[in-house]
Ligand binder design. Structure first.
Ligand SMILES: Cc1cc2nc3c(=O)[nH]c(=O)nc-3n(C[C@H](O)[C@H](O)[C@H](O)COP(=O)(O)O)c2cc1C
Length: 172
């Protein structure tokens, strides 16, 4: 039977199918970081929904779940920084995706020009200012204006595909 002719499933099956179908779209992974304006401590979350949007003006976007406890903190900072994660940073990704605790414990970082954490080993960083937030179902689409950006460490990218991590098998 052609996939389009599959009978509709219940909500649970629909969610599973959504994940299994959309999970076949491979992505990179970023860490979105900032300094908590209240404490001055680093905060952030891992995201694979990042994409470039516009060159003029320079805009990027990512989607954040309404259930995120870190996003309201990150959002409270004046600027945010997108760190493009490298293939060896899977543990860093897991740490930034874990809810609660000190997400930056044991992580080495330096400050971006905007003052936010640039993780050691990240392939690139992008300092941004949140420009717009568009509600979209159970997520919010965040559009951010690029203020400054640069490459950082060399290496291959961390890839996310079908719920697992992988490496880019090509020229880095
Ligand atoms: C590979 C990967 C990609 C993720 N991508 C997103 C994403 O695009 N948007 C999002 O809201 N959460 C994403 N998450 C989940 C967040 O990193 C984090 O787990 C979630 O925000 C809960 O933590 P928090 O309560 O500290 O925000 C991703 C997690 C992983 C491991």
């Amino acid at each position: 039977m052609h996939p389009a002719q599959h009978p509709p499933g219940n909500g649970h099956t629909d969610g599973q199918r959504f994940r299994s179908v959309l999970g076949r779209f491979a992505t990179g992974v970023v860490a979105i970081t900032a300094l908590d304006p209240a404490s001055g401590r680093p905060c952030g979350l891992a995201a694979n929904s990042f994409t470039s949007v516009s060159l003029d003006p320079p805009l990027v976007a990512f989607c954040v779940a309404y259930t995120s406890t870190s996003w309201p903190v990150v959002r409270g900072a004046k600027n945010i920084t997108v760190n493009v994660l490298a293939e060896h940073q899977q543990p860093v990704c897991a740490q930034l995706a874990a809810r609660g605790g000190d997400k930056f414990a044991g992580l080495e970082w330096t400050s971006s020009p905007g003052g936010n954490p640039v993780l050691d080993g990240a392939l690139a960083w992008i300092d941004c200012a949140v420009e717009a937030e568009h509600p979209a179902g159970d997520h919010v689409i965040v559009v951010a204006r690029v203020l400054q950006l640069d490459t950082h460490a060399d290496g291959g990218p961390l890839l996310f595909f079908r719920g697992s991590y992988g490496r880019f098998d090509g020229p880095a």
